[in-house]
Design a protein around this ligand. Structure first.
Ligand code: C2E
Ligand code: CA
Ligand code: CA
Length: 496
């Protein structure tokens, strides 16, 4: 307590600018105390100022300390109208950084950047590592702090962070995004408000990153508030069961039988009706709710599959879509295994759909390892929207896939369009060479269905077969299919 008070006192008295008074103080000490006093003053005053500055630079430790520092500066009546500014610095793609280099390397990178920023800042500026691993800088109080100066400082910070970092494991390059707020632009004249404002700005920068810089604005705060409200609403919707799986069947072109059901998310919104994934998936991903969504979808899909089993319907597999964020979760295979065991279903009853863009662009080893682990477990892995993501043959071979899901854009009009036929035939021969099956998506007419069967496509899915339906409706559809399938036998047995 006494130490903190002393540090505060020193910090407020011993600002860098006070060094200009050192010669005068030394002279005064000489007049009043002789040579000894002069030497002591000449050495002690700079040491005091420096040590106070150092304490300010290292003090606080975490956000609480920083907020207290800001509060002190903003409320400083003796500050003669001086102000401060706050910067928050975040690495772009921190998860990828950990994924590629490991957690201990990430800590080392953070420490290096911390040192570099410290050496790029002015005397008396405060640098703190926040609880979430981002870095915050508080500027030593100044009389004038305009936008241009803030942008220049942010640029200087970026320059030092983005220099190559030599580690024992090799050279690493990182980029960072920066958000900032000038003291007088924070919604309230408090340290918490100033730090929050810079954090809102860095979130905005991250959304436009890598390497973006954003200044806080009230519009930004309003947009954040509405995103937060949507996030709360979505979290509640997921918890209360408003998000449900609808099911769309896939048929074998060979036997005409059901080869699977794809689970597609629908938000049964209390006021806005049934929302499609396009209307809420981006917000789910942006708000880090992918894990909750996939948990709901997996549970709904396995519940439906178990109930169809009990009713005696033949549904070989149910397909669930997984986002890149979910596929990057190292616990995914064990979570899926646990869920399958809970429903007493074997792994081959579950198919994981992975977007071609994820396979094409992912540099994450975790995704590769996870997909291999899921395939080894016995789950099917389908490459979704095939033909749109530019995955190379090498990346396709790297993943243990079962089927290519040919995107709807190649399927539409395939019965009439020779170009479409050529494309499907090419995909078909690629799949055969790679030992994979194919599913054509978005099949809307019986003529397309027939042409796809003729071109050798193994499975079809689309409105021509059925639209995505709630689980109960899908049971009715399965019942009708079962009756249709058994009709020839019934007629044959009656004829006997
Ligand atoms: P997708 O995986 O390609 O799913 C197929 C989409 O095409 C679905 O749209 C489906 O309703 C639609 N569709 C099916 N047959 C036809 C057809 O004959 N014609 C036309 N025009 N469209 C057809 P939906 O349900 O709006 O889903 C859109 C996308 O959202 C999905 O595309 C998938 O990428 C994503 N998605 C859906 N559910 C989930 C989920 O639970 N998790 C994740 N991560 N993504 C999901
Ligand atoms: Ca899909
Ligand atoms: Ca698709």
């Amino acid at each position: 307590m006494i130490k903190t008070t002393l540090v505060r006192l020193l910090a407020s008295v011993c600002r860098a600018e006070f060094l200009v008074f050192v010669p005068a103080l030394t002279l005064a000490a000489f007049w009043y105390g002789g040579e000894g006093a002069m030497v002591v003053t000449a050495l002690a005053v700079p040491a005091l100022v420096l040590s106070a500055g150092l304490v300010v630079a290292l003090g606080g430790g975490r956000s609480r300390g920083l907020v207290a520092e800001f509060d002190r500066v903003l409320a400083d009546k003796d500050g003669l109208g001086r102000t401060t500014g706050c910067f928050v610095i975040q690495f772009d793609d921190p998860a990828g950084l950990i994924d590629r280099h490991g957690r201990s390397t990430q800590t080392e990178i953070l420490a290096r950047c911390n040192d570099r920023i410290r050496s790029a800042m002015r005397f008396g500026d405060t640098l703190t590592i926040l609880e979430d691993g981002s870095l915050a800088v508080m500027l030593a109080p100044v009389f004038r702090l305009d936008l241009e100066t803030m942008i220049q400082i942010a640029g200087r910070i970026q320059t030092v962070v983005q220099l190559p970092i030599d580690l024992r494991a090799g050279t690493v390059h990182v980029t960072c995004s920066i958000g900032f707020c000038q003291g007088r632009r924070a919604p309230e004249a408090t340290g918490r408000s100033l730090l929050d404002a810079a954090q809102i700005a860095v979130d905005e920068a991250r959304r436009h990153g890598p390497g973006a810089i954003r200044a806080f604005s009230l519009d930004m705060a309003r947009a954040k508030a509405s995103r937060d409200a949507l996030r709360d609403e979505m979290q509640q919707a997921l918890a209360e069961g408003q998000v449900k799986a609808h099911f769309q069947p896939q048929l074998s072109t060979d036997t005409g039988g059901i080869s699977g059901m794809e689970a597609l998310a629908r938000w049964h919104h209390p006021h806005r009706g049934c929302l499609l994934p396009g209307e809420f998936l981006p917000a789910i991903e942006a708000n880090g709710l992918s894990a909750q969504l996939s948990e709901v979808m997996l549970r709904e899909a396995l519940t439906a599959l178990a109930s169809w089993d009990r009713a005696g319907f033949v549904v070989p597999t149910v397909s669930v879509n997984f986002s890149a964020a979910e596929l990057g979760d190292p616990h995914l295979p064990e979570r899926l295994k646990w869920e399958l065991d809970r429903f007493d279903l074997t792994a081959d009853r579950l198919t994981i759909e992975v977007l071609e863009t994820v396979v094409a662009t992912s540099q994450s080893d975790t995704i590769t390892v996870n997909i291999a682990a899921l395939a080894a477990l016995g789950c099917g892995v389908d490459l979704d929207d095939f033909g749109t993501g530019n995955a190379s043959i090498t990346s396709i071979r790297r993943f243990a896939l079962r089927r290519l899901k040919i995107d709807r854009s190649f399927v539409t009009g395939v019965d009439l369009d020779r170009e479409q036929q050529t494309m499907i035939a090419a995909v078909q021969s690629l799949a055969e060479r790679l030992g994979l099956e194919t599913v054509a998506e978005g099949v809307e007419t019986a003529a397309e269905h027939a042409m796809l069967a003729q071109l050798g496509c193994g499975h079809v899915q689309g409105y021509a077969v059925a639209r995505p339906m709630p689980a109960e409706e899908a049971s009715v559809w399965l019942e009708r299919m079962a009756i249709r399938a058994s009709l020839p036998h019934l007629l044959a047995s009656r004829a006997r």
